[in-house]
Ligand binder design. Structure first.
Ligand code: ADP
Ligand code: MG
Length: 465
Protein backbone atom coordinates (compact mmCIF):
# COMPACT_ATOMS: atom_id res chain seq x y z
CA UNK A 1 0.00 0.00 0.00
CA UNK A 2 2.68 2.47 1.03
CA UNK A 3 4.68 1.59 -2.03
CA UNK A 4 1.83 2.57 -4.32
CA UNK A 5 1.14 5.75 -2.43
CA UNK A 6 4.79 6.69 -2.86
CA UNK A 7 4.54 6.01 -6.56
CA UNK A 8 1.39 8.10 -6.77
CA UNK A 9 3.09 10.94 -4.98
CA UNK A 10 6.04 10.84 -7.30
CA UNK A 11 3.58 11.41 -10.11
CA UNK A 12 2.35 14.73 -8.94
CA UNK A 13 -0.80 13.11 -7.66
CA UNK A 14 -0.39 14.89 -4.37
CA UNK A 15 -1.84 17.80 -6.31
CA UNK A 16 -5.22 16.27 -5.96
CA UNK A 17 -6.33 14.25 -2.98
CA UNK A 18 -5.67 10.57 -3.58
CA UNK A 19 -8.22 7.84 -3.54
CA UNK A 20 -9.29 7.36 0.03
CA UNK A 21 -10.32 3.79 -0.39
CA UNK A 22 -7.37 2.77 -2.38
CA UNK A 23 -7.79 -0.59 -4.09
CA UNK A 24 -4.21 -1.68 -4.79
CA UNK A 25 -2.70 -4.12 -2.35
CA UNK A 26 1.10 -4.20 -2.27
CA UNK A 27 1.13 -7.65 -0.74
CA UNK A 28 -0.55 -9.20 -3.73
CA UNK A 29 1.45 -11.78 -5.60
CA UNK A 30 2.01 -10.76 -9.21
CA UNK A 31 0.91 -13.21 -11.82
CA UNK A 32 3.82 -14.19 -14.08
CA UNK A 33 4.39 -16.36 -17.13
CA UNK A 34 7.56 -18.00 -18.38
CA UNK A 35 9.24 -15.95 -21.09
CA UNK A 36 10.52 -18.04 -23.98
CA UNK A 37 12.94 -17.04 -26.74
CA UNK A 38 9.98 -17.49 -29.08
CA UNK A 39 7.96 -14.87 -27.14
CA UNK A 40 10.79 -12.39 -27.42
CA UNK A 41 11.36 -13.01 -31.13
CA UNK A 42 7.64 -12.76 -31.86
CA UNK A 43 7.11 -9.56 -29.85
CA UNK A 44 10.29 -7.90 -31.09
CA UNK A 45 9.15 -8.56 -34.65
CA UNK A 46 6.06 -6.42 -34.10
CA UNK A 47 6.60 -2.94 -35.51
CA UNK A 48 7.31 -0.42 -32.79
CA UNK A 49 4.34 1.83 -32.24
CA UNK A 50 5.05 5.49 -33.04
CA UNK A 51 3.92 6.90 -29.73
CA UNK A 52 2.71 10.47 -29.58
CA UNK A 53 1.60 12.88 -26.95
CA UNK A 54 -1.84 12.36 -28.37
CA UNK A 55 -1.55 8.71 -27.39
CA UNK A 56 -0.81 9.65 -23.81
CA UNK A 57 -3.71 12.09 -23.67
CA UNK A 58 -6.23 10.36 -25.89
CA UNK A 59 -8.06 8.61 -23.08
CA UNK A 60 -9.29 11.98 -21.95
CA UNK A 61 -8.73 14.26 -19.02
CA UNK A 62 -8.81 12.77 -15.52
CA UNK A 63 -10.86 11.51 -13.84
CA UNK A 64 -11.22 8.72 -16.40
CA UNK A 65 -14.36 6.59 -16.53
CA UNK A 66 -14.11 2.84 -16.18
CA UNK A 67 -14.19 2.29 -19.94
CA UNK A 68 -11.57 4.99 -20.62
CA UNK A 69 -9.36 3.43 -17.95
CA UNK A 70 -9.68 0.00 -19.63
CA UNK A 71 -8.76 1.64 -22.92
CA UNK A 72 -5.66 3.10 -21.33
CA UNK A 73 -4.70 -0.30 -19.89
CA UNK A 74 -5.26 -2.06 -23.23
CA UNK A 75 -3.33 0.57 -25.12
CA UNK A 76 -0.43 0.26 -22.65
CA UNK A 77 -0.59 -3.49 -23.03
CA UNK A 78 -0.48 -3.21 -26.78
CA UNK A 79 2.80 -1.30 -26.90
CA UNK A 80 4.86 -2.28 -23.87
CA UNK A 81 5.66 -5.96 -24.56
CA UNK A 82 7.31 -5.25 -27.92
CA UNK A 83 9.32 -2.42 -26.39
CA UNK A 84 10.58 -4.75 -23.66
CA UNK A 85 11.35 -7.43 -26.24
CA UNK A 86 13.48 -4.95 -28.21
CA UNK A 87 15.46 -4.08 -25.07
CA UNK A 88 16.03 -7.77 -24.29
CA UNK A 89 17.18 -8.40 -27.84
CA UNK A 90 19.61 -5.52 -27.88
CA UNK A 91 21.06 -6.56 -24.51
CA UNK A 92 21.52 -10.09 -25.85
CA UNK A 93 23.24 -8.68 -28.93
CA UNK A 94 26.07 -7.28 -26.81
CA UNK A 95 29.33 -9.27 -26.76
CA UNK A 96 28.82 -12.30 -24.53
CA UNK A 97 31.44 -11.23 -22.02
CA UNK A 98 29.56 -7.96 -21.54
CA UNK A 99 26.14 -9.58 -21.01
CA UNK A 100 27.79 -12.03 -18.64
CA UNK A 101 28.83 -9.18 -16.35
CA UNK A 102 26.66 -9.58 -13.24
CA UNK A 103 25.42 -5.98 -13.38
CA UNK A 104 24.56 -6.02 -17.07
CA UNK A 105 22.90 -9.38 -16.64
CA UNK A 106 20.91 -7.99 -13.71
CA UNK A 107 19.49 -5.38 -16.11
CA UNK A 108 18.68 -8.11 -18.62
CA UNK A 109 16.94 -10.15 -15.92
CA UNK A 110 14.89 -7.11 -14.90
CA UNK A 111 13.53 -6.86 -18.42
CA UNK A 112 12.75 -10.56 -18.58
CA UNK A 113 10.98 -10.27 -15.22
CA UNK A 114 8.87 -7.35 -16.44
CA UNK A 115 8.06 -9.26 -19.58
CA UNK A 116 6.92 -12.23 -17.48
CA UNK A 117 4.45 -10.00 -15.63
CA UNK A 118 2.96 -8.69 -18.89
CA UNK A 119 2.65 -11.97 -20.76
CA UNK A 120 -0.34 -13.23 -18.74
CA UNK A 121 -2.31 -10.33 -20.27
CA UNK A 122 -0.69 -10.31 -23.68
CA UNK A 123 -3.24 -12.28 -25.66
CA UNK A 124 -6.39 -10.72 -24.30
CA UNK A 125 -8.08 -7.50 -23.39
CA UNK A 126 -8.60 -6.06 -19.95
CA UNK A 127 -12.31 -5.94 -19.36
CA UNK A 128 -12.91 -5.99 -15.64
CA UNK A 129 -11.80 -3.81 -12.76
CA UNK A 130 -10.06 -6.76 -11.09
CA UNK A 131 -7.97 -7.28 -14.20
CA UNK A 132 -7.24 -3.57 -14.45
CA UNK A 133 -6.08 -3.50 -10.81
CA UNK A 134 -3.86 -6.55 -11.32
CA UNK A 135 -2.45 -5.00 -14.49
CA UNK A 136 -1.79 -1.72 -12.70
CA UNK A 137 0.11 -3.66 -10.06
CA UNK A 138 2.26 -5.08 -12.83
CA UNK A 139 2.84 -1.50 -14.04
CA UNK A 140 3.81 -0.39 -10.53
CA UNK A 141 6.17 -3.37 -10.36
CA UNK A 142 7.70 -2.44 -13.72
CA UNK A 143 8.31 1.14 -12.61
CA UNK A 144 9.85 -0.05 -9.32
CA UNK A 145 11.97 -2.78 -10.88
CA UNK A 146 13.70 -0.36 -13.23
CA UNK A 147 13.76 2.62 -10.86
CA UNK A 148 17.30 2.63 -9.53
CA UNK A 149 19.09 0.82 -12.30
CA UNK A 150 21.31 3.60 -13.65
CA UNK A 151 24.05 2.90 -11.10
CA UNK A 152 23.83 -0.83 -11.87
CA UNK A 153 24.14 -0.18 -15.59
CA UNK A 154 26.98 2.29 -14.98
CA UNK A 155 28.90 -0.22 -12.91
CA UNK A 156 28.35 -2.97 -15.46
CA UNK A 157 29.69 -0.92 -18.35
CA UNK A 158 32.58 0.39 -16.27
CA UNK A 159 33.64 -3.19 -15.56
CA UNK A 160 33.06 -4.31 -19.14
CA UNK A 161 34.79 -1.42 -20.90
CA UNK A 162 37.87 -3.57 -21.61
CA UNK A 163 35.80 -5.75 -23.90
CA UNK A 164 33.79 -3.26 -25.88
CA UNK A 165 34.69 -0.03 -27.66
CA UNK A 166 33.69 3.37 -26.34
CA UNK A 167 31.62 3.95 -29.46
CA UNK A 168 29.71 0.71 -29.01
CA UNK A 169 29.03 1.57 -25.36
CA UNK A 170 27.77 5.04 -26.29
CA UNK A 171 25.59 3.66 -29.06
CA UNK A 172 24.08 0.99 -26.83
CA UNK A 173 23.53 3.25 -23.83
CA UNK A 174 22.09 6.09 -25.87
CA UNK A 175 19.50 3.81 -27.42
CA UNK A 176 18.87 1.87 -24.23
CA UNK A 177 18.46 4.86 -21.95
CA UNK A 178 16.26 6.76 -24.40
CA UNK A 179 14.04 3.71 -24.82
CA UNK A 180 13.94 3.37 -21.03
CA UNK A 181 12.62 6.92 -20.73
CA UNK A 182 9.74 6.10 -23.09
CA UNK A 183 8.90 2.75 -21.54
CA UNK A 184 8.75 4.20 -18.06
CA UNK A 185 6.65 7.08 -19.32
CA UNK A 186 4.05 4.74 -20.82
CA UNK A 187 3.79 2.68 -17.62
CA UNK A 188 3.75 5.75 -15.40
CA UNK A 189 1.04 7.37 -17.48
CA UNK A 190 -1.29 4.44 -16.91
CA UNK A 191 -0.47 4.40 -13.20
CA UNK A 192 -1.23 8.10 -12.89
CA UNK A 193 -4.49 7.78 -14.83
CA UNK A 194 -5.47 4.83 -12.65
CA UNK A 195 -4.88 6.71 -9.40
CA UNK A 196 -6.98 9.67 -10.50
CA UNK A 197 -9.72 7.64 -12.22
CA UNK A 198 -13.39 7.46 -11.26
CA UNK A 199 -13.55 3.75 -10.40
CA UNK A 200 -10.71 4.13 -7.94
CA UNK A 201 -11.88 7.27 -6.25
CA UNK A 202 -15.44 6.47 -5.18
CA UNK A 203 -16.94 9.57 -6.70
CA UNK A 204 -20.08 7.53 -7.17
CA UNK A 205 -20.85 8.06 -3.50
CA UNK A 206 -21.19 11.71 -4.32
CA UNK A 207 -19.49 12.28 -1.00
CA UNK A 208 -16.40 14.00 -2.20
CA UNK A 209 -17.24 16.70 -4.72
CA UNK A 210 -14.18 18.66 -3.63
CA UNK A 211 -11.83 15.84 -4.56
CA UNK A 212 -13.61 15.38 -7.87
CA UNK A 213 -13.29 19.07 -8.61
CA UNK A 214 -9.59 18.99 -7.75
CA UNK A 215 -8.86 16.13 -10.10
CA UNK A 216 -10.94 17.60 -12.88
CA UNK A 217 -9.43 21.06 -12.62
CA UNK A 218 -5.88 19.86 -12.17
CA UNK A 219 -3.39 20.93 -14.81
CA UNK A 220 -2.21 17.30 -14.94
CA UNK A 221 -3.12 14.79 -17.62
CA UNK A 222 -1.53 11.75 -16.02
CA UNK A 223 2.14 12.58 -15.62
CA UNK A 224 2.03 15.56 -17.97
CA UNK A 225 1.62 18.92 -16.30
CA UNK A 226 0.11 21.31 -18.83
CA UNK A 227 1.06 24.28 -16.64
CA UNK A 228 4.49 23.34 -15.33
CA UNK A 229 6.45 26.20 -13.83
CA UNK A 230 10.20 25.57 -14.21
CA UNK A 231 10.95 28.08 -11.43
CA UNK A 232 9.10 25.86 -8.93
CA UNK A 233 11.00 22.77 -10.05
CA UNK A 234 14.30 24.68 -9.79
CA UNK A 235 13.53 25.77 -6.21
CA UNK A 236 12.73 22.24 -5.15
CA UNK A 237 15.89 20.85 -6.80
CA UNK A 238 17.94 23.62 -5.20
CA UNK A 239 16.64 22.43 -1.85
CA UNK A 240 17.46 18.75 -2.53
CA UNK A 241 20.96 19.44 -3.82
CA UNK A 242 21.56 22.04 -1.12
CA UNK A 243 20.79 19.40 1.53
CA UNK A 244 23.37 17.03 0.06
CA UNK A 245 25.98 19.78 0.09
CA UNK A 246 25.17 20.84 3.61
CA UNK A 247 25.20 17.29 4.95
CA UNK A 248 28.36 16.17 3.21
CA UNK A 249 30.43 19.32 3.02
CA UNK A 250 28.87 21.79 5.44
CA UNK A 251 28.39 24.44 2.75
CA UNK A 252 25.36 25.35 0.68
CA UNK A 253 25.65 27.43 -2.48
CA UNK A 254 22.59 29.53 -3.32
CA UNK A 255 20.53 30.04 -6.46
CA UNK A 256 19.20 33.32 -7.82
CA UNK A 257 16.39 33.06 -10.37
CA UNK A 258 16.00 35.93 -12.82
CA UNK A 259 14.31 36.51 -16.18
CA UNK A 260 10.69 35.36 -16.46
CA UNK A 261 10.15 33.05 -13.47
CA UNK A 262 6.41 32.93 -14.15
CA UNK A 263 6.86 31.04 -17.44
CA UNK A 264 4.89 27.79 -17.71
CA UNK A 265 5.14 24.95 -20.22
CA UNK A 266 3.44 21.61 -20.81
CA UNK A 267 5.99 19.03 -19.79
CA UNK A 268 6.74 16.04 -17.61
CA UNK A 269 7.77 17.36 -14.17
CA UNK A 270 9.83 14.23 -13.42
CA UNK A 271 11.95 14.85 -16.49
CA UNK A 272 12.67 18.49 -15.69
CA UNK A 273 13.44 17.47 -12.11
CA UNK A 274 16.01 14.96 -13.29
CA UNK A 275 17.67 17.49 -15.58
CA UNK A 276 17.77 20.33 -13.05
CA UNK A 277 18.99 18.11 -10.22
CA UNK A 278 21.92 16.89 -12.31
CA UNK A 279 22.83 20.37 -13.56
CA UNK A 280 22.59 21.90 -10.10
CA UNK A 281 24.75 19.11 -8.67
CA UNK A 282 27.40 19.97 -11.26
CA UNK A 283 27.23 23.70 -10.59
CA UNK A 284 27.13 23.30 -6.81
CA UNK A 285 30.10 20.95 -6.87
CA UNK A 286 32.17 23.26 -9.14
CA UNK A 287 31.23 26.23 -6.96
CA UNK A 288 32.31 24.44 -3.78
CA UNK A 289 35.53 23.17 -5.33
CA UNK A 290 36.35 26.70 -6.49
CA UNK A 291 35.57 28.07 -3.03
CA UNK A 292 33.00 30.42 -4.60
CA UNK A 293 29.91 29.51 -2.58
CA UNK A 294 29.32 33.16 -1.74
CA UNK A 295 28.57 33.83 -5.42
CA UNK A 296 25.01 32.74 -6.16
CA UNK A 297 24.38 30.47 -9.13
CA UNK A 298 22.41 32.61 -11.52
CA UNK A 299 19.51 30.95 -13.33
CA UNK A 300 17.72 32.84 -16.08
CA UNK A 301 14.33 31.62 -17.32
CA UNK A 302 13.25 32.85 -20.74
CA UNK A 303 10.13 31.76 -22.61
CA UNK A 304 10.89 30.37 -26.07
CA UNK A 305 8.43 30.99 -28.89
CA UNK A 306 5.85 28.41 -29.91
CA UNK A 307 6.67 26.35 -32.93
CA UNK A 308 4.29 24.65 -35.32
CA UNK A 309 7.13 22.83 -37.00
CA UNK A 310 7.21 19.11 -36.42
CA UNK A 311 9.96 18.84 -33.87
CA UNK A 312 13.10 17.78 -35.65
CA UNK A 313 15.31 15.03 -34.42
CA UNK A 314 18.67 16.20 -33.20
CA UNK A 315 21.88 14.48 -34.11
CA UNK A 316 22.29 12.43 -31.00
CA UNK A 317 18.69 11.27 -30.83
CA UNK A 318 18.74 9.57 -34.18
CA UNK A 319 18.61 6.23 -32.42
CA UNK A 320 14.96 6.96 -31.65
CA UNK A 321 12.88 4.75 -33.82
CA UNK A 322 9.69 6.72 -33.56
CA UNK A 323 8.71 9.92 -35.17
CA UNK A 324 5.15 10.71 -34.33
CA UNK A 325 4.05 14.29 -34.15
CA UNK A 326 0.97 15.99 -32.81
CA UNK A 327 -0.29 16.35 -36.35
CA UNK A 328 -0.70 12.57 -36.66
CA UNK A 329 -3.88 12.77 -34.70
CA UNK A 330 -5.84 9.59 -34.51
CA UNK A 331 -9.26 9.71 -32.97
CA UNK A 332 -9.09 8.14 -29.60
CA UNK A 333 -11.63 7.20 -27.04
CA UNK A 334 -13.50 10.14 -25.72
CA UNK A 335 -15.11 9.92 -22.38
CA UNK A 336 -18.66 10.79 -23.42
CA UNK A 337 -20.10 8.64 -20.71
CA UNK A 338 -19.02 10.91 -17.93
CA UNK A 339 -21.74 12.12 -15.64
CA UNK A 340 -19.66 15.09 -14.56
CA UNK A 341 -21.25 18.51 -14.49
CA UNK A 342 -18.34 20.01 -16.36
CA UNK A 343 -18.27 18.98 -20.03
CA UNK A 344 -15.53 16.47 -20.67
CA UNK A 345 -13.00 17.63 -23.18
CA UNK A 346 -12.86 15.86 -26.50
CA UNK A 347 -9.63 14.44 -27.86
CA UNK A 348 -9.11 17.40 -30.15
CA UNK A 349 -9.76 19.81 -27.30
CA UNK A 350 -7.17 18.01 -25.24
CA UNK A 351 -4.70 18.37 -28.03
CA UNK A 352 -5.51 22.01 -28.47
CA UNK A 353 -5.10 22.54 -24.76
CA UNK A 354 -1.63 21.12 -25.03
CA UNK A 355 -1.01 22.80 -28.36
CA UNK A 356 -1.39 26.17 -26.73
CA UNK A 357 1.46 25.11 -24.53
CA UNK A 358 3.86 23.80 -27.14
CA UNK A 359 5.88 26.96 -26.68
CA UNK A 360 9.05 26.20 -24.83
CA UNK A 361 11.45 27.63 -22.35
CA UNK A 362 15.18 28.23 -22.18
CA UNK A 363 16.91 28.01 -18.83
CA UNK A 364 20.47 29.25 -18.42
CA UNK A 365 22.46 28.08 -15.39
CA UNK A 366 25.50 30.25 -14.80
CA UNK A 367 28.04 29.33 -12.16
CA UNK A 368 31.39 30.77 -11.08
CA UNK A 369 32.88 27.34 -10.49
CA UNK A 370 35.99 27.76 -12.67
CA UNK A 371 34.72 26.24 -15.92
CA UNK A 372 35.82 23.10 -17.74
CA UNK A 373 39.27 22.51 -19.21
CA UNK A 374 39.38 22.12 -23.02
CA UNK A 375 40.59 18.55 -22.59
CA UNK A 376 37.62 17.62 -20.39
CA UNK A 377 35.19 19.64 -22.47
CA UNK A 378 35.66 17.17 -25.34
CA UNK A 379 34.52 14.27 -23.14
CA UNK A 380 31.49 15.84 -21.45
CA UNK A 381 28.92 13.75 -23.31
CA UNK A 382 30.56 10.37 -22.83
CA UNK A 383 28.61 8.10 -20.49
CA UNK A 384 30.87 7.51 -17.52
CA UNK A 385 33.14 10.55 -17.92
CA UNK A 386 33.73 12.16 -14.54
CA UNK A 387 36.40 14.17 -12.74
CA UNK A 388 34.74 13.61 -9.38
CA UNK A 389 36.95 12.64 -6.49
CA UNK A 390 35.36 12.51 -3.05
CA UNK A 391 38.72 12.98 -1.28
CA UNK A 392 39.60 16.08 -3.26
CA UNK A 393 36.35 17.84 -2.57
CA UNK A 394 36.61 16.88 1.12
CA UNK A 395 40.09 18.39 1.19
CA UNK A 396 38.77 21.60 -0.37
CA UNK A 397 36.01 22.13 2.15
CA UNK A 398 38.08 21.14 5.18
CA UNK A 399 41.16 23.01 4.05
CA UNK A 400 43.19 19.82 3.73
CA UNK A 401 42.45 18.67 7.27
CA UNK A 402 40.01 15.94 6.42
CA UNK A 403 40.79 12.34 7.18
CA UNK A 404 40.96 11.75 3.48
CA UNK A 405 37.24 11.21 3.01
CA UNK A 406 35.48 7.94 3.27
CA UNK A 407 37.45 6.40 0.46
CA UNK A 408 34.22 5.19 -1.08
CA UNK A 409 33.73 5.80 -4.71
CA UNK A 410 30.51 7.30 -5.95
CA UNK A 411 29.17 3.96 -7.09
CA UNK A 412 29.15 2.49 -3.63
CA UNK A 413 28.05 5.71 -1.97
CA UNK A 414 24.93 5.76 -4.09
CA UNK A 415 25.50 8.63 -6.50
CA UNK A 416 22.15 8.04 -8.12
CA UNK A 417 20.24 7.64 -4.92
CA UNK A 418 20.78 11.34 -4.50
CA UNK A 419 23.18 11.18 -1.57
CA UNK A 420 26.24 12.04 -3.62
CA UNK A 421 27.00 15.14 -5.63
CA UNK A 422 28.60 13.36 -8.58
CA UNK A 423 30.57 10.39 -9.72
CA UNK A 424 28.79 8.27 -12.30
CA UNK A 425 29.46 10.57 -15.22
CA UNK A 426 25.88 10.09 -16.48
CA UNK A 427 24.43 13.45 -15.43
CA UNK A 428 25.09 15.39 -18.63
CA UNK A 429 24.50 12.70 -21.28
CA UNK A 430 21.37 11.36 -19.60
CA UNK A 431 20.12 14.87 -18.85
CA UNK A 432 20.49 15.65 -22.53
CA UNK A 433 18.58 12.49 -23.45
CA UNK A 434 15.67 13.68 -21.29
CA UNK A 435 15.77 17.19 -22.78
CA UNK A 436 15.94 15.87 -26.35
CA UNK A 437 13.08 13.49 -25.76
CA UNK A 438 10.58 16.18 -26.63
CA UNK A 439 12.79 18.07 -29.04
CA UNK A 440 14.74 20.21 -26.57
CA UNK A 441 18.44 20.09 -25.79
CA UNK A 442 21.34 20.97 -23.50
CA UNK A 443 24.39 23.01 -24.48
CA UNK A 444 27.41 23.71 -22.28
CA UNK A 445 29.57 26.80 -22.63
CA UNK A 446 32.69 26.97 -20.51
CA UNK A 447 34.78 30.01 -19.68
CA UNK A 448 37.84 28.15 -18.44
CA UNK A 449 39.18 29.70 -15.26
CA UNK A 450 35.92 31.52 -14.58
CA UNK A 451 32.76 29.47 -14.78
CA UNK A 452 30.21 27.56 -16.83
CA UNK A 453 26.95 28.41 -18.60
CA UNK A 454 24.54 25.57 -19.31
CA UNK A 455 21.58 26.19 -21.60
CA UNK A 456 18.60 23.88 -21.29
CA UNK A 457 15.91 24.25 -23.90
CA UNK A 458 12.60 22.48 -23.48
CA UNK A 459 9.97 22.49 -26.16
CA UNK A 460 6.53 22.13 -24.70
CA UNK A 461 5.53 18.51 -25.01
CA UNK A 462 4.76 17.80 -28.61
CA UNK A 463 6.07 14.38 -29.42
CA UNK A 464 6.85 11.25 -27.57
CA UNK A 465 9.19 8.61 -28.85
P1 ADP B 1 29.49 13.64 -12.90
O1 ADP B 1 28.86 14.87 -12.32
O2 ADP B 1 29.00 12.37 -12.27
O3 ADP B 1 30.98 13.73 -12.94
P2 ADP B 1 28.38 14.66 -15.34
O4 ADP B 1 28.03 14.05 -16.64
O5 ADP B 1 27.31 15.39 -14.62
O6 ADP B 1 28.99 13.53 -14.42
O7 ADP B 1 29.59 15.68 -15.58
C1 ADP B 1 30.78 15.23 -16.17
C2 ADP B 1 31.94 16.15 -15.83
O8 ADP B 1 31.77 17.41 -16.46
C3 ADP B 1 32.11 16.47 -14.37
O9 ADP B 1 32.81 15.45 -13.67
C4 ADP B 1 32.89 17.78 -14.43
O10 ADP B 1 34.27 17.51 -14.63
C5 ADP B 1 32.38 18.44 -15.69
N1 ADP B 1 31.35 19.47 -15.39
C6 ADP B 1 30.01 19.36 -15.61
N2 ADP B 1 29.36 20.49 -15.24
C7 ADP B 1 30.31 21.34 -14.78
C8 ADP B 1 30.28 22.69 -14.25
N3 ADP B 1 29.13 23.37 -14.10
N4 ADP B 1 31.49 23.25 -13.88
C9 ADP B 1 32.63 22.57 -14.03
N5 ADP B 1 32.72 21.29 -14.51
C10 ADP B 1 31.59 20.69 -14.88
MG1 MG C 1 26.98 15.47 -12.57
Amino acid sequence: MLKYRAIARSHGLHHHGLARRFPLRGTRQLQTATVTDGDIARLAAKPLHPLTLVDLCKHGRPPLSKQALFNSANFTLEILPSRLAHRIQSLRALPYIVVANPHVSKIHDNYVHSMSTLLPYAERKIETLQEEIAFTEAMADLVQTHANTIAVLARGFLEARKYISKDEITKFLDEHLRARIGTRLIAEQHLALHFSSKPHNDFSDGDDPEQFRQIQNSSYIGVIDTALKPADVIRSCEHTVGEICELKYGVRPTVQIIGSPDTTIAHIPMHLEYIMTELLKNSFRATIEAGMEREPIEITIAPAPASDEPQSQTKSSKSNKFDGTVSNVSQGNVDHASGANKPVRSVSENIRAIGEQTRGVTIRIRDRGGGISPENYAKLWEYGFTTFNEDEIMDKVTGGHSSGGSGLDALSSGAVGGSSLAGLGYGLPLGRAYAEYFGGGIAVQSLWGWGTDVYVTLRGVGKIS
